[in-house]
Write a protein that binds this ligand. Sequence first.
Ligand SMILES: [Ca+2]
Ligand SMILES: [Ca+2]
Length: 136
Amino acid sequence: MLILSLAWASPSFPAVVAEELAMPCTPSCILCHETAAGGTGTASQDFARACMSAGMMVADDVSMAESLATLEAEGTDTDGDGTPDIEELRGGQNPNPGGEDFCAVPQPQYGCFQGSAIVLGVVAGAMLRRRGTLRR
Ligand SMILES: [Ca+2]
Ligand SMILES: [Ca+2]
């Protein structure tokens, strides 16, 4: 199965993980992506695969939260160091093999999704039409 090519295409997932697990900081995209810049099709970290097999679906915050609960219930230990993934995350650590911990140094924050929200500007522009038709 080629679940590896699925993207972690939700900029809100790091915040969901941080909130669900009360992490000391918001993890960077390398929790699931190859690089801190995230991006479609690069969610290839072992932890991303663990989340997917636990039911996480792309761009679905609820499934993300549920997959975390599943991982915790199963005691999944992705990097095999004896500390379960969820426990590592709660301590601000990276559950991936050889991954850098998240909260030791300040993390740059981007959304993990290429193609940022430009919709706001379009909407604002459309609302700026004004009528100068005053009667006397
Ligand atoms: Ca571990
Ligand atoms: Ca570890």
